[in-house]
Design a protein around this ligand. Sequence first.
Ligand SMILES: NC(=O)c1ccc[n+]([C@@H]2O[C@H](COP(=O)([O-])OP(=O)(O)OC[C@H]3O[C@@H](n4cnc5c(N)ncnc54)[C@H](O)[C@@H]3O)[C@@H](O)[C@H]2O)c1
Length: 327
Amino acid sequence: MELAAYSYREDEREYFEKFGKQYGVKVRLIKEAPSPENAALAAGCESVSVITTAITAEIIEKWHEAGVRCISTRTIGYEHIDCEKAWELGMTVSNVSYSSGSVADYTVMMILMVIRRIKYIMKRFEAQDCSLFMKRGRELANMTVGVIGTGRIGEHVIKNLSGFGCRVLAYDLYPKESVGRMAEYVDFNTLLGESDVITLHTPATPESQHMICRESIEKMKDGAVIINTARGSLIDTDDLIDALESGKIGAAGLDVIENEMGIYYGDHRYKVIHNRQRAVLNEMPNVLLLPHTAFFTDQAVSDMVEYSIVSCLNTVEGRENPWEIKK
Ligand SMILES: NC(=O)c1ccc[n+]([C@@H]2O[C@H](COP(=O)([O-])OP(=O)(O)OC[C@H]3O[C@@H](n4cnc5c(N)ncnc54)[C@H](O)[C@@H]3O)[C@@H](O)[C@H]2O)c1
């Protein structure tokens, strides 16, 4: 099988070489993100591997004409792919799973950074302000953390949190027994009303869009902290900004933000970034913004490359593909 790996980064090379050889797959490395103009670069490949750039109907049609049958994204989220178009053309779409510790560890790091005011402390320290002014934090053991979405990452976050002695509440459409042994499942409104920290771990779907909005924020404790390492669309950003300005929300940690596509993963030095909400949030001393890097560990990158290759191979060779996204 031959696979065209788009948006390939230099740090992925060792894994494409290693797993390409291990699984007998020829890999065509393409630095650019897919576009209608460069879709022909995949001609002759049965499969393409992509990341979180827009995979539009036009690109998919061109790939189909070029003989591509399988689209794999080296990410967990797949909302950037026009799956309907791919399915209409009889193509397979798949995502990958990877070490949940990558995002889960980062989430706990963000919770701690936010409740200990690390952004503010570091900024002030850079300016030689070593006073204790406004630098007092809170301890997790005295707090209740609400975890929304208890899939692979949410469950791992709960496991990580178990060492901190905090009360953990959980909410998911499909509660799991293993999570029920570590946390208390409650309904959505109870979680909102009783949590000091709320952390989001659901995929971006029409149902989860803006689950954090004016209405849900009103149900939260005054000064609640919101952490989002899932997807930007889960939060209505304007409503979050209003709540941070009024003090209803005490602080936030956001690895993802609405309309981040085209901004995150690019180097924008000396350029104007077209996302005003990001600029407003970045100015706030109690908001920790990070550029969608929660996933980025050596193990996760290795898993992303390996499972993307294996996923395409399963499809092309007619085996069961555990990562296939079905209608
Ligand atoms: N920041 C990053 O770098 C990064 C990296 C990987 C994944 N993510 C995001 O994290 C999300 C979670 O990943 P995962 O591997 O745990 O996924 P998963 O599929 O294992 O778990 C998702 C959980 O969310 C639940 N869920 C879905 N819709 C819901 C809703 N409307 N309300 C309540 N629960 C709902 C599901 O039942 C499931 O238990 C991904 O979808 C992705 O968007 C972000």
